[in-house]
Ligand binder design. Structure first.
Ligand SMILES: [Zn+2]
Length: 262
């Protein structure tokens, strides 16, 4: 099993402080969230890319890159937002390649609840076409491009259930970062895996009560973690398991739970 931890834009303190914390946990992988204030400039400046690479290289982790998602929407019906979003995710892919991260995670986007249901199809088409061009850039650079399954939301979710995700994966040709907590807000994660397992190359772990996406420490909600591990089967050995909680204490607690299970 390959254990890792994820950064989060809410963490106070520098990237170096987060990486030092991750070092103390004895994990091999770190997922960088490019929405971290300190990392946003890497999306537009080579000098910043170099600066951050120097910081990353002082640690011995392998890195994964989570493309920016705050204010980003690849499915937007607004062409200016859609194009800017595609540009940002492509910059994230280039940054990943620059720091030798071999996997990128992107959100698919949503349709605002203010639009009628009939426009869902158009939004999905927008997302699929943006994701296809991002997949092609990733292929050229030798980076594995993944979309992440969404959680329950007040807006119209386009990639939450297996019925929504599978056709997208097939059309785009990319892989899946399976977020266990997100799946838990829309159904049973272990059941999602029955039809999605073959696409999964990265896993996000956190817990919740089955309704809100609260990123609780594992064991504090109703995620059936044992069931998820069983459903992942043999792939559990080779797939990164990334703890994605919103405080250092919650990350530490979750890691203990995962280690006790395996
Ligand atoms: Zn996630």
């Amino acid at each position: 099993m390959i254990l890792g931890v994820s950064d989060h834009p809410s963490f106070e303190g520098s990237l170096t402080e987060f990486l030092s914390f991750a070092s103390s946990l004895k994990v091999g992988l770190v997922e960088l969230k490019l929405d971290r204030i300190e990392l946003l400039p890497t999306l537009s400046s080579m000098e910043e890319m170099r600066k951050i690479r120097d910081v990353l290289e002082t640690f011995s982790f392998r890195y994964l890159v989570h493309a920016p998602y705050i204010g980003v929407n690849l499915a937007s019906l607004n062409p200016a937002i859609r194009e800017a979003s595609r540009g940002l995710v492509s910059s994230a892919i280039k940054f990943a390649n620059f720091i030798d991260a071999r996997l990128v995670v992107s959100h698919v986007g949503r349709l605002s609840r203010d639009y009628p249901e009939r426009l869902v199809e158009r939004a999905v088409g927008n997302a699929a076409s943006a994701l296809t061009s991002l997949q092609s850039l990733s292929e050229d650079l030798g980076v594995t491009f993944t979309i992440e399954n969404d959680h329950r939301s007040g807006d119209r979710v386009l990639a939450g259930t297996p019925e929504q995700i599978r056709p997208l994966l097939e059309e785009v040709g990319c892989r899946l970062t399976f977020d266990v907590g997100h799946a838990n807000t829309l159904g049973r994660p272990e059941e999602f895996l029955e039809s999605l397992r073959d696409y999964v190359v990265n896993v996000h772990l956190h817990d919740n009560d089955g309704v809100g996406d609260s990123h609780l420490p594992l064991g504090r909600g109703n995620v059936n973690l044992k069931g998820v591990f069983t459903a992942l089967g043999g792939s559990l050995r080779d797939i990164p398991l990334i703890i994605e909680c919103h405080s250092f204490a919650d990350i530490r607690e979750s890691l203990k739970v995962v280690r006790s299970l395996i």
